[in-house]
Design a protein around this ligand. Structure first.
Ligand code: KG4
Ligand code: ZN
Length: 343
C-alpha cells in the first residue's frame, strides 16, 4: 500500500503544500510565493511573511489536495517543517498541521528543514541512504552523513555566513536584485573567474568546516578600491571570481568528506545546489575521484513542500511521528530534532 503524505512548508517566504507518495512521487504541489513582496525590501521581512502565510495557507493546502484528486481518508500523515526558519512563519505551518491532525486523526511528522532539502534527492529517483549531503542554502552550509535509518550526523559546516548568504550579500554589494544567487550565477557565466584573486578560506585546513564572511569582505574591498581609483568594475568578472572561490572550497571539502567516510554517494541540496558553476565543478570532481553526485532538479533545490513530504514519508516509515505538542523552532540543531520532539 502506498504511503501518502500531505506536506506543509512555511519556513521563509513561500507558503507551500504538496502531496507525496512513498517519498518518491510528487502527486501535487501548490505554492503562494511572496518573493515579489520582499524583493523591494532587499530581503524577507518576517512580520510581513507571517501575515501572508496566514492568508495563503488554507487555499494552498486545498489546492494541493484538489490537484492530487485526494481527500483526507486517502492520506496517511501530515508532514510540516518545524524549524529552523522564521519563527512566525513556521508557526503558521505548524499550527495548520496540528489543527488538521486534530480534525482528521492523521498523525503528524515534524520535519527539519535541512532534512527536507536532502530528501529532495529521493523524488523521482531511486537514490537511498547511506549517503553524504552537502547542504548549501541561504541559511546553511553543512556537510552531513545520512544513514539507512534516516539519521543524520554533522561532519562540518560554516563558521559564519552560509554560502547562499554570501551570494546574496555580494549581489547586494553589486546592486543586483534579491535573491542574488541566481543573478550572480547568470552573470558569472560571461565573466572571468581569474580576474580577482578572492580568498578560499579554510581550504588547506584538515577539517570539513567552511567560512565565507572573509570572502564577502574581500569583494567589498575590491569594489571600494575600484571606486577609489575611479576604475570601472566588470560586474561579470566579480561574479565569476567570487563564485569560483565559493565553488572551489565546496568541491574540495566535499571530496575530502568522501575520502574520510568512504561513502560514495553525495547529494547536493539547498538553493545554491542550483548554481551552474557548482554543478559543473562538482560533477567533474566526482568523475575524477569516482564518486556519484546527485543534484535534485533546480525547482526542488529551492524551498518547496515536496521535499518536506519526501522526508515525511521516510520518517513515517520509521514510525517517527510527533504529537500535538510539536512546536516551531527558529533555531533547531539537527541533533536536537533527531533526538525527539524538542519543546
Ligand atoms: O534553500 P533556499 O531556497 O532557502 C533557504 O533555506 O535558505 O536557498 C536560497 C538561497 C539564496 O541565498 C539564493 O541566493 C541561493 O539559494 N541560490 C543560488 C542560486 N539559486 C538560489 N545561489 C547561487 N546560484 C544559484 N543559481
Ligand atoms: Zn531552504
Amino acid at each position: 500500500m502506498a504511503l501518502r503524505v500531505l506536506a506543509i512548508e512555511t519556513s521563509c517566504d513561500e507558503t507551500a503544500a504538496a502531496v507525496v507518495e512513498d517519498g518518491r512521487r510528487v502527486l501535487a504541489q501548490a505554492v503562494a510565493s511572496q518573493m515579489h513582496i520582499h524583493a523591494r525590501f532587499g530581503g524577507v521581512v518576517p512580520e510581513v511573511a507571517s501575515r501572508r502565510h496566514v492568508e495563503s495557507i488554507t487555499p494552498v493546502i486545498a489546492a494541493a489536495l484538489t490537484e492530487a484528486g485526494l481527500s483526507w481518508p486517502d492520506l496517511d500523515a501530515i508532514a510540516v517543517t518545524c524549524g529552523p526558519g522564521l519563527l512566525g512563519a513556521l508557526l503558521v505551518g505548524v499550527s495548520a498541521a496540528k489543527g488538521l491532525s486534530l480534525a482528521t486523526g492523521l498523525p503528524l511528522v515534524g520535519v527539519h528543514h535541512i532534512a527536507g532539502h536532502v530528501a529532495a534527492a529521493f523524488l523521482g529517483t531511486d537514490v537511498r541512504p547511506p549517503l553524504l549531503a552537502l547542504v548549501v542554502s541561504g541559511g546553511h552550509t553543512e556537510l552531513l552523513s545520512l544513514d539507512a535509518s534516516f539519521r543524520f550526523r554533522r561532519l562540518g559546516g560554516t563558521k559564519d555566513d552560509a554560502a547562499g548568504e554570501a551570494f546574496d550579500k555580494v549581489a547586494r554589494l553589486l546592486g543586483l536584485p534579491y535573491p542574488g544567487g541566481p543573478k550572480v550565477d547568470e552573470l558569472a557565466a560571461s565573466g572571468n573567474p581569474e580576474a580577482f584573486a578572492f580568498p578560499r578560506a579554510l581550504l588547506d585546513e584538515e577539517g570539513l568546516d567552511f567560512s565565507f564572511s572573509g570572502l564577502k569582505t574581500a569583494v567589498q574591498h575590491a569594489l571600494q578600491n575600484s571606486a577609489r581609483d575611479r576604475r570601472e568594475v566588470a560586474v561579470a568578472d566579480v561574479c565569476a571570481s567570487f563564485q569560483q572561490a565559493v565553488v572551489d572550497v565546496l568541491v574540495a571539502k566535499t571530496a575530502r568528506a568522501v575520502q574520510a567516510t568512504g561513502c560514495g554517494t553525495v547529494v547536493v541540496a539547498g538553493g545554491v545546489a542550483a548554481n551552474r558553476g557548482l554543478r559543473r565543478a562538482l560533477s567533474a570532481r566526482a568523475r575524477a575521484d569516482g564518486f556519484t553526485v546527485v543534484f535534485p532538479p533546480v525547482e526542488l533545490c529551492t524551498d518547496n513542500a515536496s521535499m518536506i513530504g519526501a522526508a515525511g514519508c521516510f520518517l513515517a516509515e520509521q514510525g517517527r511521528f510527533d504529537g500535538l505538542s510539536l512546536n516551531a523552532h527558529a533555531t533547531l540543531p539537527l541533533e536536537t530534532w533527531q533526538a525527539g520532539s524538542p519543546v
